[in-house]
Design a protein around this ligand. Structure first.
Ligand code: ZN
Length: 76
């Protein structure tokens, strides 16, 4: 598994399709700008997937703070 250097998404491989659809960049442009995708060991991948699943249970307070920060940064 690899970690996309742009969005941090776990992908089987950093493909041209992912780069084009998500970032409107060819894979080689992504690598040139952001560096090569990081290889994630399978054991670590399972831990990350578990973390993502747990992170999907978002409490209201967890949501409001980044949301407020987002609005604040957007207005400036
Ligand atoms: Zn990406």
């Amino acid at each position: 598994m690899f970690l996309c250097p742009v969005c941090g998404e776990l992908v089987e491989a950093l493909t041209n399709a992912h780069c084009m659809t998500r970032h409107q960049l060819a894979k080689r442009e992504v690598v040139a700008r952001y560096g090569p995708p990081r290889y994630i060991a399978p054991r670590l991948t399972r831990e990350i997937q578990r973390w993502i699943q747990e992170a999907q249970v978002i409490r209201r307070a967890d949501f409001d703070v980044p949301q407020a920060l987002g609005y604040h940064l957007h207005r400036r």
